[in-house]
Design a protein around this ligand. Structure first.
Ligand SMILES: Cc1cc2nc3c(=O)[nH]c(=O)nc-3n(C[C@H](O)[C@H](O)[C@H](O)COP(=O)(O)O)c2cc1C
Length: 393
């Protein structure tokens, strides 16, 4: 006599061994069904279109603050153009039934290699913007890099987050910041190293933007407010001009968190980062918002990857808008990428779920691109996937 439990067990074993079950299981593992958020949120079919929706909903000053770059926006454009010049060399006849974009980064397992870059001024976009974006990061299980302005108590919880900073000018202040970040639950400190001065952003200067609006929002038409930090053409406004490599030691002496430098563009600084015990670097030009004419990040990436010789992970941001862009960065040796503007567009368009949709779209595009490139895992992606301009196909 077999009991009910045994019967169920044998039925299950039989089903699990059947080709039909294997098909269902395979489908479950490889198919990412679009989550349904309602027609409006599902409207934009890609990250570019999310920007179109956001633009229509935003104050012009706020839109320009997010979209803009510095001066002639040469680097802003170059980030995109350089990515578009790179081509992929897909391989075929590879079993790509199961596609797995997961990875390990600084000892933590991540489902996919897309992180949310630090973006200050989200209050300009929607009230509570930082919190909404952080919640979206928790839902999509990505790492949230919380922008400067202090540690973020409100984003404690099951999520993984890094605390960003542009630095502090004294050792004591840096140590205090490091301790507070660790106590608040950050799992790394991400230091932005390209923000020595407030940069010269023509759009903000022209709009008579006030950087104070980054935390208060744009005032109403008839509202009179005293200026806080008005944008003025080519004004030398120091942020952290005294920050040098010793800053890394200052943080280290006060906390045990990994230290990540964001804004590395050259092999020289990549080598110094390794020598100074930095745990990871992010190849970044601040989304073309700091020094105009600086290298596009996808072009800077290979020399940084070569310089660190696999000793620390290299991440990259700037101009990533498609899953195939992510693939290009990974092919050139990036461990993961970050997005800035695209998730802010999601936030402006639809709040928290807009951010989720942006991340999910990009992730789904990446998985699909991996399948079409014959690269079922991140480990299977290497330099041979990418053709740089001028290289033989
Ligand atoms: C609105 C906005 C605010 C930003 N604020 C910061 C910041 O506070 N700290 C920082 O390191 N980078 C900041 N960045 C740069 C991003 O972290 C990131 O490097 C850049 O946006 C990546 O390029 P992408 O926008 O093309 O994805 C900001 C970018 C934007 C668009």
């Amino acid at each position: 006599m077999i009991n009910r439990r045994q019967a169920l067990h044998s039925l299950f074993s039989f089903a699990a061994a059947s080709p039909l079950w294997r098909l269902v299981e395979q489908e479950r593992r490889t198919t990412i069904y679009p989550p349904v958020y309602g027609e409006e949120v599902m409207g934009p079919v890609n990250l570019h279109e999310m920007e179109d929706v956001a633009r229509k909903k935003m104050h012009k000053m706020a839109y320009d603050f997010v979209a803009g770059g510095v001066e002639d926006e040469l680097t802003l454009r170059a980030n995109r153009e350089a990515i578009m010049r790179i081509q992929l060399r897909p391989r075929v006849m590879v079993d790509v039934r199961g596609i797995d974009p997961s990875l390990e980064l600084l000892g933590k397992k991540l489902d996919y290699p897309i992180l949310l870059a630090p973006t200050g001024g989200k209050e300009l976009v929607i009230p509570d913007g930082d919190l909404q974006a952080a919640k979206a990061a928790a839902v999509t299980k990505t790492i949230y890099v919380a922008a400067s302005g202090g540690y973020k108590r409100e984003i404690q919880g099951p999520m993984e987050w890094w605390q960003n900073t542009i630095g502090q000018s004294t050792k004591a202040a840096a140590q205090g910041f490091a301790k507070r970040s660790q106590d608040a639950g950050a799992s790394a400190i991400c230091v932005t190293v390209d923000n020595q001065y407030q940069s010269n952003r023509d759009r903000n200067n022209r709009n008579r933007f006030d950087y104070g609006y980054m935390s208060t929002g744009v005032p109403a038409e008839n509202e009179k407010r005293a200026p806080i930090s008005p944008a003025v053409a080519a004004m030398l406004q120091p942020k952290t001009p005294n920050m040098t490599w010793d800053y890394v030691d200052w943080l280290r002496s006060a906390c045990s968190l990994p230290v990540i430098l964001k804004g590395i563009l050259t092999a020289e600084d990549a080598r110094l980062s390794v020598e100074r015990g930095v745990d990871a670097v992010i190849v970044s030009n601040h989304g073309g918002r700091q020094l105009d004419g600086a290298l596009p990040t996808i072009e800077a990436l290979p020399s940084v990857v070569e310089a660190v010789q696999g000793k620390i992970p290299v991440l990259m941001d700037g101009g990533i808008r498609r899953g195939s862009d992510v693939l290009k960065a990974l092919g050139l040796g990036a461990k993961a990428i970050l997005i800035g503007r695209p998730y802010v567009w999601g936030l402006a368009a639809f709040g928290q779920v807009g951010v989720q949709r942006v991340v999910e779209l990009l992730r789904a595009e990446l998985v699909l691109s991996m399948g079409l490139a014959g690269k079922p895992t991140l480990a299977s992606i290497d330099r041979s996937l990418v053709r740089l301009p001028g290289e033989k196909p």
